[in-house]
Write a protein that binds this ligand. Sequence first.
Ligand code: HEM
Ligand SMILES: *[C@@H]1O[C@H](CO)[C@@H](O)[C@H](O)[C@H]1NC(C)=O
Ligand SMILES: *[C@@H]1O[C@H](CO)[C@@H](O)[C@H](O)[C@H]1NC(C)=O
Length: 323
Amino acid sequence: MEWWRCLFVGMVMLMAAGSGEAQLSPTFYQWTCPNVESMVREAVQKKLSQTFATVPATLRLFFHDCFIEGCDASIMIASPRHDAEKDAPDNLSLAGDGFDTVIKAKEAVEEQCPGVVSCADILAIAARDVVVLSGGPSFTVELGRRDGRISEAGRVSGKLPGPDFNLELLAWIFGKNNLTLFDMIALSGAHTLGFSHCSRFAKRLYSFTPSSPVDPSLDPKYARQLMLACPENVDPNIAVGMDPFTPNTFDNIYFKNLVNGRGLFTSDEVLFTQLLSRPAVYNFAVNQESFFTAFASAMVRLGRVGVKIGDEGEIRRDCTAFN
Ligand code: HEM
Ligand SMILES: *[C@@H]1O[C@H](CO)[C@@H](O)[C@H](O)[C@H]1NC(C)=O
Ligand SMILES: *[C@@H]1O[C@H](CO)[C@@H](O)[C@H](O)[C@H]1NC(C)=O
């Protein structure tokens, strides 16, 4: 790190210490596990070389983990009775590759630094790495999270946004997590990656309102393409690319799509149809750099949600089980 960045980070940390708030820090494992980030990146790269699904699955896993009990890897817990967080109906088909990425990275880290690095931090690093590896912005990940001791399916309901949410509901649920409207718009740009099952947006194609079965805010050509990919009563396993043009690249095409009526979910399209959020969407659509900057800073803020630090929680040995 250049001296001036060191100085700056130092000042920010001093200011935070002054305000009495316990804090995460990018250098948390400096003495206890200095190579943690390269170990995680290597594991992520290896998993990515097996399947691209690693990228969207890991990014989404991080988001869901943070919105339920905070970023504490509670989503990783496997329960023999199928009543943990990941078993909730709202787990929205989290792809297994995200879980696998964290498990593999943790195994690599445990070999060199046993009992030191939390699963929550490994997930946060892996989420940054998949963004970078698919062409998105890099950023410094704050560390020092502890793993949670609670993971219950019954505590998931109402904590995650739904694809039919309007702007007010989106702003409210992100606001509960200390994220601004601007953060929410930038983070929604994650839908530049990955896939959605037809059931998540079928209502916009077939039963929007009695008088207008197709959502009029959808570009008609895009609506026809979606109907071809997702006929009524389609196999529930069928999924379509959320960014139909570049589903494997982290870029700003998601926002260009919104401007053109090609937002897959209502929760995507409202970002453009509502006047309050439209300027940010326009800006991100024409200026990829400003999207990248906003996304990186929103990811750092997402990574602070409900974190456990100090002697709270634990450092799990196995990410899928409490110690
Ligand atoms: C703004 C509110 C959001 C809503 C309503 C929402 C909803 C959804 C839904 C319904 C899916 C499809 C799931 C499926 O059918 O398999 C999805 C996929 C996805 N979401 Fe979101 N999401 C939101 C925000 C986010 C955020 C903040 C991130 C990450 C920063 C994110 C990352 C992803 C990714 C990467 C996928 C693709 C998953 C895959 O291909 O495995 N989403 N989202
Ligand atoms: C998600 O929940 C459903 C039941 O609601 C379950 O069948 C499925 O296995 C869960 N998915 C994961 C990845 O845990
Ligand atoms: C939001 O920020 C406040 C003030 O820093 C903090 O007390 C609260 O725990 C945060 N909420 C979440 C969900 O992180």
